[in-house]
Write a protein that binds this ligand. Structure first.
Ligand SMILES: *Cc1c(COP(=O)(O)O)cnc(C)c1O
Length: 380
């Protein structure tokens, strides 16, 4: 998108939230603009993780886990609330990818069943669908890669897929999909909707009416690495067959929760979700959207780099196409080693159905400032 230079960049809003988020965690070594890869955890989250690990050494791992069960159940409840589901519909796994793998393993859909996905689907997701014997089919989209809702309605009426799988916000593009509208149309057509919320949980509203939502701890919720969540509404949960039957006194979906796990990490995620709720999800979303807008305004056209997203897309993630002859991987490395600015270089292989070349991804969290963005502009 072109955007005429405007003088001072737009105020990202809710500066108090930025200051509180910054003071709640260790000082960054440089400028962290990479939350779409991994956010910075707070002191309280880091301490809760360490505390649980210590408890394991004192009490025994399984005894410590039992003492944490009440907290973990609160976490399932709160995470469920963020996606419009109940605690019984939520299980902890190791990552978003592990969640999708667990879902597909349990669902046992017939070989060749059609799964409609974005042309810009995250490549590891497409690979998992294919490995499960399923047939990815393209969802109709506009020129930017956003679902064309009328086209979706026509697809659902004429040639409905077995499942629609929608990645809510891409890894390679800070575009948010109209997930609530997609969910309503899928529901009306009787087609289950699976939502990849790896980039959207804690970033935009994820209570959109999807039948399955899965996500990860370390990105926008700023929890520990190595933890993910799988949330499944009862009608789809009833179609899942676990490897081994779960305990009779637990919700059936619990059979899909990984037994051996970094329980301390799960404890940390529960604390991180609590911090997200305390900050106020709507205020968080407003500030993240404001930071995205500020990022695009500050960076568009700088040294020939071009912003891919519309300037007012309500996300914090911005991707930049390089000027002719500039290598994105080298630029990312130079920003890190010379300026201490953390970003991600994304190659075409991440979403080969949509990307035409590499991009530099800039994804500030609440603590970022216009000064950070201007430092990046200067460095570019
Ligand atoms: C990061 C990401 C994933 C995978 O998450 P993991 O927790 O690393 O498995 C899936 N989908 C999207 C869109 C992502 O950005």
């Amino acid at each position: 998108m072109t955007h005429a230079p405007t003088g001072p960049a737009v105020d990202p809003a809710h500066d108090d939230l930025g200051a509180a988020w910054r003071s709640a965690r260790p000082r960054p070594a440089g400028r962290h603009l990479d939350s779409a890869a991994c956010s910075r955890q707070s002191h309280r989250v880091l301490e809760a993780v360490a505390h649980h690990a210590r408890h394991e050494a004192e009490l025994g791992g399984y005894v410590a886990e039992a003492t944490a069960e009440h907290l973990l159940q609160q976490g399932r409840s709160v995470l469920g609330g963020l996606v419009g589901m109940a605690a019984a519909d939520v299980v902890f796994v190791e990552s978003a990818q592990a969640a999708l793998a667990a879902l597909l393993t349990g669902w046992r859909l017939p070989p060749g069943a059609a799964v409609a996905c974005l042309p810009g689907e995250y490549a590891p997701n497409t690979a998992l669908l294919r490995a499960a014997g399923l047939a990815p089919r393209p969802l109709p989209v506009d020129g930017l890669g956003r679902v064309d809702l009328d086209g979706l309605s026509r697809l659902l009426a004429s040639d409905p897929p077995r499942v629609v799988h929608l990645t809510h916000i891409g890894s390679h593009r800070g575009l948010v999909q109209p997930a609530a509208e997609v969910a309503a149309r899928c529901r009306a057509a009787g087609v289950p909707l699976v939502l990849d919320a790896a980039q959207s949980l804690g970033h935009v509203d994820t209570d959109v009416g999807a039948d399955v939502v899965y996500s990860t701890s370390r990105k926008w919720l700023a929890g520990p690495r190595g933890v993910g969540v799988l949330c499944v509404r009862p009608p789809v949960a009833g179609e899942l067959v676990p490897l081994l039957a779960g305990a009779a006194d637990l919700p059936p979906l619990r059979a899909f929760e990984s037994g051996e796990a970094h329980v301390a990490g799960r404890v940390g995620l529960v604390l991180a979700v609590g911090e997200h709720l305390a900050a106020g999800p709507e205020r968080v979303r407003a500030r993240l959207a404001g930071l995205g807008r500020a990022t695009r305004e500050v960076l568009e056209g700088v040294a020939g780099w071009r912003v891919v997203e519309p300037v007012d897309e309500p996300t914090a993630t911005t991707t930049l196409r390089p000027p002719e002859g500039v290598d994105v991987v080298t630029t990312r490395a130079r920003l890190l080693t010379e300026q201490g600015i953390v970003t991600t270089a994304i190659g075409r292989e991440r979403a080969p159905g949509e990307m035409t070349g590499p991009v530099l991804r800039v994804s500030p969290h609440l603590d970022a400032t216009v000064d950070d963005l201007e430092a990046l502009a200067t460095a570019l």
